[in-house]
Design a protein around this ligand. Sequence first.
Ligand code: FES
Length: 131
Amino acid sequence: MPVYSEKVMDHFMHPRNVGEIENPDGIGEEGNPVCGDMMTFYIKVKDNRLEDVKFKTFGCGAAIAVSSMVSEMAMGKTLDEALKITPASVAEELQGLPKNKYHCSNLGAQALHKAIEDYLSKQKAQGDKKA
Ligand code: FES
């Protein structure tokens, strides 16, 4: 049984920002075919900043803690800042993860980045239409 930090346990027992955003500006989904875990991030963007971040995670305790932490780290950040959130920085904020749980932290950052990319590609498509 892996040993989790207090912070991981806290975010696992009391995850922040769980849920879905109605009419999100971007959605990012990421899964791991090996363990079968899935997470989806929803974002609302205003003035190039993440105004709201929510997630739904079907996964292990570490995956839930990671999603919760990613949502907290990303909230209020500019898109560029949020794109700099890495699996390593998430694991660090969580005071570390057991080695065999590193892949769980990859999912969180990747799902967030995908949601931002989804937003940016929609913006670009709109811009192209206007042009
Ligand atoms: Fe796969 Fe945690 S065991 S995300």
